[in-house]
Structure formats: structure tokens, C-alpha cells
Design a protein around this ligand. Structure first.
Ligand SMILES: Cc1cc2nc3c(=O)[nH]c(=O)nc-3n(C[C@H](O)[C@H](O)[C@H](O)COP(=O)(O)OP(=O)(O)OC[C@H]3O[C@@H](n4cnc5c(N)ncnc54)[C@H](O)[C@@H]3O)c2cc1C
Length: 546
């Protein structure tokens, strides 16, 4: 049994937990975060990555709209390397109610969102692939945000300020006592961990209900599933929203090298939150409605489909998917349940993670009886300390291809200095689709809490490009042994699990070029390498563990 003592334990390594860990650490509060899988493996890694301007909420939910625009302005400054300031459009199609256009403009004005009506000609200039039959367009300051980078940067900063993190470790028990709390957890090998702490912060998203139940506390979540479809190629450069009441298939978001059509909203039973299956009819809806915003989208190759579950908390009243508040829910369980040492933070959005963390840390400080002002609105994340100039960095790394420098800079901001070296082994490519080098993989494995290829994908985009891991997967598997993290035998297991994980997202869109590519991957890994026949050891022994 490993035993630790700390002031606060944060449960959940999504954006909310990562942001809370960072905020507490910047205030000097000793904290440990526990995540059952990987950083951003929950809903944080399963959304559109839209940096909301707030316009989507400006008609029905002014509070959310105001929170979004305020955080939008902050994040553009502190998280530069996680954000693309693309701008966004709300477009009205011939079948849409034209009244919504004016309601949206009015709501934006009240919420201080800089929205403006633009001509159809201007909209088509900004986004040439847009449906030419639109009736009107509004420009809004939407953008895109990479949730994986965002969560990992928050964790990195927290660690650099003394925080601890345990990934692939599940909280299995909570003892909430006034003299001090005990959090029990177990890692993937079954090793038991016990942490004594003054405060437990439940940032477990939709799993928050279960975490509360471990401490004998009732919290009701209303899980609402949303599915999304990734299109190969970046077919739009600006976020395109449908100007109508929130509904299925009303947004296309560009992100890195791809575009994404979203989303659906389906209530699911709490017992199904781990199933995460995209249904065929959801794909049909997304392609059909996506086609209305950008014609030919349905003829472009679909790369993969995935879904996430919104962590909506039922406080009272409403019980229907899109109608339950998307607002932030901060619960002090001492008032509600007599559990002095437990706080739950849930609801909200990726967009509002920092604000949620600030609210939680404020409450934590008052419970711990320590001061400490929030610094996260002004302190940039690691890599975003200054404006990032590609030209300057390309000059600094003369001899390394511009696209390698640009991609590394894009993903890690100014931390590029810790990653790239003028040594051929360092900048040799592991993933050609996303220009990931061996040096970047090494940095991620050694510094960013990466324990397998699936985690490596979240930190670097390995396997996220058009080939979906066909060529980079086996190269990545070998790196863990090269860097002395695992024994070589473990590589097979890492490779197998990665291919299985990629397959889940490819399966729902298996037609055309995607089907051909999958056949090719199958020939390589099953036909040539016979991966299905290789037995891997469940306990690879020495050298296993980071
Ligand atoms: C379809 C969809 C689209 C969305 N689009 C957007 C968008 O474009 N922009 C936006 O701002 N927001 C969006 N959202 C909302 C946003 O994704 C979520 O509000 C946000 O990611 C929630 O983050 P979180 O950290 O609270 O939860 P999560 O990311 O789910 O984190 C909770 C973590 O807790 C861990 N955990 C659970 N139980 C345990 C345990 N027992 N022990 C240890 N760890 C545990 C989980 O593994 C998980 O990683 C979208 C949501 C959905 C579903």
C-alpha cells in the first residue's frame, strides 16, 4: 500500500480537474490529482473543441453567454498555443426561421459579444465552401481550442508548481470524516493507494454521481450523449454555425488538419455512460445537416466518429437533454450533506473550465482557511508565455524542416525549445500525417504523463491524421522500449490496444476510402505482422512502469 498526505485531492483529469489542480498549486495549496484513465480521456477529449463566443447561448441562456465571452477573451491570452482564433459565422438557411437572426444579434449585444451582421458576399469570401443559398450571416468571435493540449498544459504547470498526479489510477473509496478524509485508489496493476487529505474535490464530470456514491452521498446526473463526425481535410477555416434554435447537426468546426460536424443530443441511462457508441442514424443526421451548411461535406471522406457525454447535473425541475442547464454547478457538501471535506464541481463547458476551477479553488481556500488569490486569468500556460512567432522559431532551428518546426510550435508553443534539437534522430518523423518527430514523442513520454500510445496520441496527434495510425503506430510502440520505459515485449500490447482503440472510431464510418484504408491497415498488422496471433504477457515484469 502506497500512502500519501496532502491538503487537497482532485478526482478527475478532465479540463475541470486539471484547471483546479493548477489553480490550487498556483495558490500554494499542496494537491494530488487522480485520474482513472488518461488526462482528457473523458468528455474533455470528446467534444467539438469549440472556443465559444457565447453566441450559441445568447438567445436562451444569457448567463452562459456572458461566461463564455469573458473566458473567450482570457483564454486567447493565456492559452495561445491551444487556440486558433478562427472567428465564426451564424448562417440562416432558406428553411430556418428568419426571426432567430435578430434575436441572436440582440442577445449578443446584451451579453457584450462582438457580433455583427455581414453581407452574404463577405460570408462567402470568408468561407468559400459555405452553402451559396444562405439568406443572412452574422460574424462572431468563435474559435477553436484543443482540449488535449489545454488539459495537459494545466497539468504541466501544476506539476511545475509542486502538484502530484496519478493517471491510470481509479478512486475506489472515500472516507469523509471531519478530522481528515481518506481517498482510496488502485492503479491498473491493482496496487493500492491511500491518501489522507483535508479536502476532496470531485471533478469527475459525468462520473461525479458515482464518486459521490463512494462517500455515501447522492448526486443525480442526467447524462446526455452527443456524437460527432470527423471529416478528412480541413474543409472550412472558420467555425460555421446554423442560425436557429440549438438542434442536431448545426455546427462544423475546423481543427488542426480536419473538420468536425456536430452534434446530436440523446438522453442515456446512467448505466450506459461507458458504452459510448455512435448510432448509424446519428451519422445520417450529421451528414445530412452538415451538407446543408457546406455542400459536398457528405461526399468527403469521413475519418471517424465518436461521442461524449455531457456532465449535466439535475438540480431540480427539468429532465430533458438540451433543456437541463448547461450552467456551472458548484456544490459544498458540508451544507448539503454534512460532509465538510467534499466539494463537487460539474456542468459548465470546456470553455468555462478556468472559471469553474477558480470558483472551486476559492471555496477550497475558504474551507482550508488559507488566503491565496486566483492567478490563472493572468498567468499564461507553459508554452504560451509570449506571442508565438513561427518565423523566429524557424530561424532558430535552421536545418530542420519548416513544417516540423511549425507543427511542434503549434502543439507545444514556446516549449518547442525543450523538444527540438539539431540531431537527426531527434527530428526524424514518427508520424508523417501530423509531422510528429521522435523528439516530440520523447518529450511527451518523459514529461507529459504518457503511459501508452493512446496517451501519446492525445499529447502529439500521433494516429489522428488520414491514415489513423497505419504507419506511426508500430514506430511509436518501439519508442517506449527505446526510452527505457518498458521492456520490448510490452510493445506488442501497446500496439494492440492502440489499434483496437482507433478501430472503435473507424467502425461507424466504414465505407469508401476509409474502408480501403482499414483493409490496408489490416493487411499490414494482421496479414504481415500477425498481431492477432502474438500472445502478450499481462505482467511484463521488470522495467514496466514510468
Ligand atoms: C458532444 C459534446 C460536445 C461538446 N462541445 C463543447 C464545445 O465545443 N466547447 C465547450 O466548451 N464544451 C463542449 N462540451 C462540454 C465539455 O466537453 C464538458 O463540459 C467538459 O469537457 C467537462 O470536463 P470535465 O473535466 O468536467 O469532465 P471530464 O472531461 O469527463 O473529466 C472527468 C474525469 O474524471 C475521471 N474519473 C471519473 N471517475 C473517476 C474515478 N473513480 N477515479 C479517477 N478518475 C475518475 C474520468 O476518467 C474523466 O477523465 C461538449 C460536450 C459534449 C458531450
Amino acid at each position: 500500500m502506497e500512502r500519501y498526505e496532502t491538503q487537497a485531492v482532485v478526482i478527475g483529469g478532465g479540463a475541470t480537474g486539471a484547471g483546479t489542480l493548477r489553480d490550487l498549486s498556483l495558490r500554494g495549496i499542496k494537491s494530488i490529482l487522480i485520474e482513472k484513465d488518461d488526462i482528457a480521456s473523458g468528455t474533455t477529449g470528446r467534444n467539438h473543441g469549440l472556443l465559444h463566443s457565447g453566441a450559441r447561448y445568447a438567445v436562451k441562456d444569457l448567463e452562459s453567454a456572458r461566461e463564455c465571452i469573458s473566458e473567450n477573451r482570457i483564454l486567447k491570452k493565456i492559452a495561445r498555443h491551444c487556440i486558433e482564433d478562427t472567428g465564426g459565422l451564424f448562417v440562416t438557411l432558406p428553411e430556418d426561421d428568419p426571426v432567430y437572426h435578430n434575436e441572436l444579434l440582440e442577445g449578443c449585444k446584451i451579453s457584450d459579444i462582438n457580433a455583427r451582421e455581414i453581407s452574404i458576399k463577405e460570408a462567402l469570401r470568408l468561407e468559400p465552401n459555405l452553402n451559396h443559398n444562405i439568406l443572412s450571416a452574422i460574424w462572431v468571435p468563435d474559435g477553436t481550442i484543443d482540449p488535449f493540449r489545454l488539459a495537459a498544459s494545466n497539468i504541466l504547470d501544476a506539476k511545475e508548481h509542486g502538484a502530484g498526479i496519478l493517471t491510470h489510477t481509479m478512486v475506489t473509496g472515500l472516507e469523509l470524516k471531519s478530522g481528515g478524509n481518506i481517498v482510496r485508489a488502485a492503479d491498473e496493476k491493482g496496487n493500492q493507494i491511500e491518501i489522507r487529505c483535508d479536502l476532496v474535490i470531485n471533478a469527475a464530470g459525468v462520473w461525479g454521481q458515482h464518486v459521490c456514491s463512494l462517500g455515501g452521498i447522492e448526486l443525480k446526473m442526467f447524462p446526455s450523449k452527443g456524437s460527432m463526425l470527423i471529416i478528412d481535410y480541413r474543409i472550412n477555416n472558420i467555425v460555421v454555425n446554423r442560425c436557429r434554435k440549438p438542434s442536431d447537426g448545426d455546427i462544423i468546426v475546423p481543427g488542426d488538419t480536419v473538420s468536425l460536424i456536430g452534434t446530436t443530443s440523446r438522453e442515456i441511462d446512467y448505466s450506459r455512460i461507458e458504452e459510448l457508441r455512435v448510432d448509424d442514424d446519428e451519422i445520417d443526421v450529421l451528414l445530412e445537416d452538415g451538407e446543408k451548411l457546406i455542400p459536398n461535406v457528405s461526399k468527403t471522406r469521413a475519418l471517424r466518429a465518436y461521442c461524449g457525454v455531457r456532465p449535466l447535473v439535475a438540480i431540480s425541475g427539468e429532465t430533458m437533454g438540451r433543456n437541463i442547464s448547461r450552467g456551472i454547478v458548484l456544490i459544498d457538501h458540508s451544507e448539503r450533506d454534512g460532509a465538510e471535506g467534499l466539494i463537487t464541481i460539474a456542468g459548465g463547458k470546456l470553455m468555462t473550465y478556468r472559471l469553474m476551477a477558480e470558483m472551486t479553488a476559492d471555496l477550497a481556500c475558504s474551507k482550508l482557511g488559507t488566503g491565496g488569490r486566483c492567478r490563472t486569468a493572468k498567468t499564461p500556460l507553459p508554452g504560451s508565455e509570449k506571442k508565438i512567432s513561427e518565423r523566429k522559431n524557424v530561424r532558430a532551428f535552421t536545418g530542420i524542416s519548416q513544417s516540423v518546426v511549425g507543427s511542434t510550435l503549434y502543439r507545444h508553443g514556446l516549449r518547442v525549445q525543450d523538444i527540438l534539437k539539431r540531431d537527426k534522430k531527434n527530428y526524424r518523423l514518427i508520424c508523417e500525417c501530423e509531422m510528429v518527430t521522435e523528439g516530440e514523442a520523447e518529450y511527451a513520454i518523459k514529461k507529459l504523463d504518457v503511459k501508452n500510445i493512446i496517451d501519446l496520441r492525445r499529447r502529439t496527434r500521433i494516429g489522428m491524421g488520414p491514415c489513423q495510425g497505419e504507419l506511426c503506430a508500430y514506430r511509436s510502440a518501439g519508442l517506449f522500449a527505446d526510452f527505457g520505459i518498458y521492456r520490448p515485449e510490452k510493445s506488442i500490447e501497446l500496439l494492440y490496444n492502440f489499434l483496437e482503440e482507433r478501430w472503435k472510431g473507424i467502425k461507424p464510418v466504414l465505407w469508401g476510402d476509409g474502408l480501403r484504408e482499414s483493409e490496408f491497415t489490416y493487411w499490414i498488422y494482421e496479414g504481415l505482422l500477425g498481431i492477432g496471433e502474438i500472445k502478450f504477457d499481462d505482467d511484463p515484469g521488470d522495467g514496466d512502469g514510468v
